[in-house]
Design a protein around this ligand. Structure first.
Ligand SMILES: *[C@@H]1O[C@H](CO)[C@@H](O)[C@H](O)[C@H]1NC(C)=O
Ligand SMILES: *[C@@H]1O[C@H](CO)[C@@H](O)[C@H](O)[C@H]1NC(C)=O
Length: 477
């Protein structure tokens, strides 16, 4: 991992879904940057599914999980289910996107292991939707000017050799029965660090490796590092964006982390067109180990896994709850049904500053079944004049001219309702507003109202918690 947010960008396949009709926007901003400025969002339709949330099955995570499997297979299965079971109604996060280092990373204790394949197959048995995305932390040392797996620059003369190497890695997973959804060419291609596997690869080298690989593979291949999703998306609206890595660190404040994670990653990056958003290590021990000896990537404080495993018992960390809240909103409603697709949402009212919201529609296998509409809401109105003061926020949720009231506690809430499909593209023309300005006839209840909150992951704030200690807008990933 590197101390900056990392975004990987992948090539696209074409979608045949009709484009979302997002409203035109007029804006006037405080700094007069926009003065009654018109924006037509139609070139950027929100017409793709969100592939969900997850993390990296590093060698370290795979090793800890394999140890648990040998010592207590019941606990192992129970932990995998808690993380990955996508079943509607399961008390589980349904994580559906797994990133897997090809060879050693900073979270390995030995190089080039395939220990992770048995864990991946166990996860796939629990979550058939799992998308496996592989990528190396470094080409072999001899392909670089450093001659070493740690750090260095990729040498042009190995472009086609490295493409075949990546192909062999994909075939290696396939020979273990694991289909690969996506492959990246290089993790953090602008990070060369002599203490752990890293490599500087230029955009042009990546493009050439990608082209060579593309002739071998039926799908995808370019990966790049980019730190502004919106700039990238506006320049290349048809390219898919994946927010691929962020890590918590030991000792940080639970609720501050949840706010940051929802605002930036699990609501934020998806609002800015990412298809998936991921943490770094799925599992580490209570000391943030095992980490590659000598690596300076996670120092003091150490990195934290989504799960901390100690012996045969585990703790679900704040990253788990953040992702679980977001994941519940997009998981398929039916077995083999589609994932949720983002729809428009606006928040009005004097307390709108306190809410960060995303909204989705999930299609059904049987077209006559009602669609599921979900919203994920962060209420972070927890402080008044510098003093801890969690304020539940009352809202009216408006949808197709109907309304429901709901009071969001400080925390994250995921809720959903069902509504008929109005047309073949009806789902994609819907939007939700929270305390919007539309005049709604009173006593027009939202049909089926708010059917269910995913209370298993709802985080009502414990008001005895101390005032936040270290909220920061620039938490490094
Ligand atoms: C929504 O409106 C209600 C009633 O006016 C108000 O109490 C609440 O604070 C508003 N919520 C937001 C997000 O502004
Ligand atoms: C919603 O309204 C429709 C039309 O009035 C009705 O047929 C349907 O049963 C209602 N659904 C629920 C869950 O109340």
């Amino acid at each position: 991992m590197l101390l900056f947010a990392t975004v990987s960008i992948f090539a696209v396949f074409t979608w045949s879904i009709a484009a979302q009709q997002i409203y035109d926007i007029w804006s006037t901003t405080w700094d007069r940057y926009k003065l009654f400025t018109y924006t037509n969002l139609s070139p950027n339709p929100i017409n793709f599914p969100t592939y969900g949330f997850g993390g990296s099955l590093t060698d370290s995570s795979a090793k800890l999980l394999n140890n648990l499997k040998s010592s207590n297979s019941g606990q192992y299965n129970s932990l995998l289910k808690t993380l990955f079971d996508p079943t509607d109604g399961a008390d589980a996060a349904g994580l559906s996107y797994l990133r897997v280092p090809l060879g050693a990373s900073d979270f390995s204790d030995n190089a080039y292991t395939f220990d992770d394949t048995s864990v991946i197959n166990d996860i796939r048995a629990i979550n058939p939707y799992l998308k496996v995305h592989v990528l190396p932390w470094s080409p072999p040392g001899w392909m670089k000017d450093s001659g070493n797996i740690d750090g260095g620059n990729f040498l042009d003369q190995y472009i086609s050799t490295f493409a075949s190497y990546l192909l062999k890695a994909v075939q290696g997973f396939q020979s273990h029965g694991i289909p690969i959804y996506a492959i990246g060419i290089q993790n953090e291609p602008q990070n060369s660090n002599p203490t752990y596997p890293t490599c500087q690869i230029s955009a042009s080298q990546e493009a050439q490796i990608g082209l060579a690989l593309r002739t071998f593979l039926s799908r995808l291949a370019d990966a790049a590092s980019f730190d502004d999703q919106d700039t990238f998306h506006n320049a290349f609206p048809n390219k898919e964006i994946y927010f691929t890595e962020c890590s918590g660190s030991m000792g940080s404040d639970w609720w501050s982390d949840i706010k940051w994670d929802m605002d930036n990653l699990y609501i934020g990056s998806i609002l800015h067109n990412a298809r998936a958003a991921l943490e770094w290590n799925l599992v580490l021990d209570g000391n943030g180990q095992p980490e590659l000896p000598g690596s300076n990537s996670c120092g003091s404080p150490p990195c934290r896994g989504v799960v901390t495993l100690s012996g045969t018992s585990w703790t679900l960390n704040q990253e788990f709850y953040s992702m679980a809240q977001a994941s519940k909103a997009v998981l398929p409603r039916d077995q083999n049904g589609p994932f949720g697709t983002r729809i428009g949402v606006s928040v009005g009212g004097s307390m709108s500053w306190g809410l960060v919201v995303n909204a989705f529609v999930t299609g059904r296998v049987n077209p006559s079944d009602w669609l599921r509409y979900s919203i994920v809401v962060l209420n972070w109105a927890d402080t008044t004049n510098g003093a801890w003061d969690p304020q539940p926020i009352q809202t009216t949720i408006e949808f197709r001219g109907m309304q429901a009231t709901y009071t969001f506690p400080v925390g994250v809430t995921t809720l959903w309702w069902y509504a008929p499909s109005t047309s073949s593209i009806g789902a994609r023309t819907d939007s939700v507003s929270v305390n919007g300005t539309t005049v709604i006839p009173t006593n027009a209840p939202l049909n089926a109202s708010v059917k269910r909150t995913s209370s298993e992951f709802e985080m009502a704030q414990d008001s005895s918690r101390p005032i936040l200690t270290q909220y920061s807008d620039v938490k490094p990933c």
